[in-house]
Design a protein around this ligand. Structure first.
Ligand SMILES: [Fe+2]
Ligand SMILES: [Fe+2]
Length: 265
């Protein structure tokens, strides 16, 4: 059994350009960093809003687990198709009556990795308490012999994300923030061995507002009149991070950011 595992996490893939960037770059990043396991946040993969089966089929080969967030239910066909997307997870602290799973345990090279998706509550929709839902999962459902546990914490407030990182320091291998689409420069391994970053950033167009055309986005702020947002396509970048975890202890040894400019032509 290998001792150290390299895990790649890709931040919110936005629309068709995000998917093209992902398909274009993923193999070379995996080769360059000797990646064993990949998690991709796909909550914006279909036109920027949610995911459907067609889009899932387009990107599922790029990763081992695909996580979601507040846009989980945006595509209405997601509800009927969720069971045919075996790599998808959605936030665990959504309603107990909602379809889909909040975590998956995936075997690789003789051991298993648990990936958990949770969503914050500050400036977001009302959901169950993410701290207690994830704690309950760790205590009651995930077997003790699974050492590597990765959490995608999809939240708006920096404070909630930092608090979540401290709460789970030493209990999971990584707390990786998503949702705000802007990569933060605070990656570190916390004292008890949890890799942490407030936000891994976004994969898509970085010349707009969170991956969307700036004109429509700006008009919403100037007039408060809802306008359909379209994904933009310039200054394309892939954002994410790579963590190295000891497979015996589950402790993180290192975290590094990825923020690469991509030319699709
Ligand atoms: Fe997002
Ligand atoms: Fe989000």
């Amino acid at each position: 059994m290998q001792t150290n595992v390299n895990i790649l996490f890709i931040g919110d893939v936005v629309g068709r350009y995000g998917r093209r960037i992902l398909r274009n770059e993923i193999d070379s990043i995996k080769r360059e960093f000797d990646i064993d396991f990949t998690v991709i946040n796909a909550e914006n993969a279909a036109d920027g809003f949610g995911i459907n089966k067609k889009v899932y089929d387009d990107i599922e080969k790029c990763g081992d687990v695909l996580t979601l967030g507040n846009h989980t239910w945006d595509k209405k066909e997601f509800l009927k198709d969720v069971d045919s997307m075996p790599k998808i997870i959605r936030p665990i602290n959504f309603s107990k009556k909602a379809p889909g799973l909040g975590y998956r345990i995936v075997p690789i090279n003789g051991f298993e990795i648990a990936v958990i998706n949770a969503i914050g509550r500050v400036f977001m929709m009302p959901v169950d308490n993410p701290f207690y839902e994830v704690e309950e999962l760790l205590e009651d459902e995930i077997p003790d012999d699974i050492k590597i546990k990765i959490v995608d914490f999809h939240a708006e407030a920096t404070s909630e994300k930092q608090a979540f990182g401290w709460y789970f320091d030493g209990r999971v291998s990584a707390v990786l923030g998503t949702h705000t689409h802007v990569q933060t420069a605070d990656e570190r391994v916390l004292p008890n061995g949890t890799a942490y970053i407030t936000d891994v950033g976004m994969t898509g167009c970085h010349d707009g507002v969170l991956g969307f055309n700036k004109d429509e986005a700006l008009s919403r702020f100037l007039t408060y009149i809802p306008k359909r947002l379209k994904v933009c396509k310039s200054n394309l970048r892939i954002n994410g991070c790579i963590i190295t975890v000891n497979s015996k202890s589950g402790k993180a040894l290192n975290i590094q950011r990825i923020n690469r400019s991509v030319n699709l032509n």
